[in-house]
Ligand binder design. Structure first.
Ligand code: SAH
Ligand code: DHB
Ligand code: MG
Length: 223
């Protein structure tokens, strides 16, 4: 078996046992596809991973940067208590519309709020509202802005909060120090910012699966 075939098969094996078919999540993917959204949401095994992280965190408030069709949003929202809150920031109004419908079908519309606009405009507005600190921040938007998103996450969290950054490996391209790709430059700058920051400690985990070879950075906010 080639690398990607065995990665697909193993992802299917784990997801069929551990994250079995779920009408609401299937419908979210189906409607995202029908609306022409790109196929870049997290996989089911990764979505469950995010849900578990939020549960381990006993999260009550979650911030997501990059909603797309709301697939990861639904996984994260399911970790929250009925009075929890998830704010998800999305640049593209069309993506936000699809997400809003998917989130409502998941019964999460009282918990989840999708805010449309460039995240670097939404984040200062959000900060002005003095929200309760977010227990978990999931960064999954335009990778070139990752250092800014990590800085904002730090401002909007508390000691003990968890920051998760998606797509930090990009098929291995993260190690290309000479890359001119703004996404790679942004991913590397965020990793270096996390490494150097006195209030952040973290690691990165490489992943393979049906969406290829990528990874997550997991970062804890210190006091
Ligand atoms: N978290 C989703 C996938 C997000 S894909 C999931 O796993 O299901 C990245 C999303 O970030 C896209 O919908 C894209 O429109 C959005 N995005 C890109 N640039 C952005 C920006 N500057 N501000 C907010 N969202 C942005
Ligand atoms: C891309 C973005 C993502 O957030 C992701 O998980 C996979 C791919 C992309 O822009 O290619
Ligand atoms: Mg992603």
């Amino acid at each position: 078996m080639s690398g990607s075939q065995v990665w697909d098969d193993v992802d299917f094996y784990f997801s069929s046992h551990l994250t079995p078919d779920d009408d609401v999540l299937q419908a979210a993917l189906r409607d995202s596809e029908a609306a022409g959204l790109p196929h870049i949401s997290v996989t089911a095994t990764q979505g469950k991973f995010l849900q578990l992280l939020a549960e381990i965190q006993a999260a009550r408030n979650i911030l997501e940067i990059g909603t797309l069709g709301g697939y990861s949003t639904i996984w994260l929202g399911r970790a929250l208590p009925a009075d929890g809150r998830l704010i998800s920031l999305e640049y593209d109004a069309r993506h936000a519309d699809v997400a809003t419908r998917n989130i409502a079908r998941a019964g999460l519309d009282r918990i989840v709020e999708v805010r449309v606009g460039p995240a670097l405009e939404s984040l200062p507005k959000l900060a002005d509202e003095n929200p309760a600190p977010f227990d978990l921040v999931f960064i999954d938007a335009d990778k070139s802005n990752n250092p800014h998103y990590v800085e904002w996450a730090l401002r909007l969290t508390r000691a003990g909060s968890l920051i998760v950054v998606d797509n930090v490996v990009r098929g291995g391209r993260v190690v290309d120090a000479d890359s001119a790709d703004p996404d790679i430059v942004g991913i590397r700058a965020a990793i270096e910012l996390i490494a150097a920051h006195p209030r952040l400690t973290g690691t990165a985990v490489q992943t393979v699966g049906s969406k290829g070879y990528d990874g997550f950075a997991l970062v804890r906010v210190l006091g």
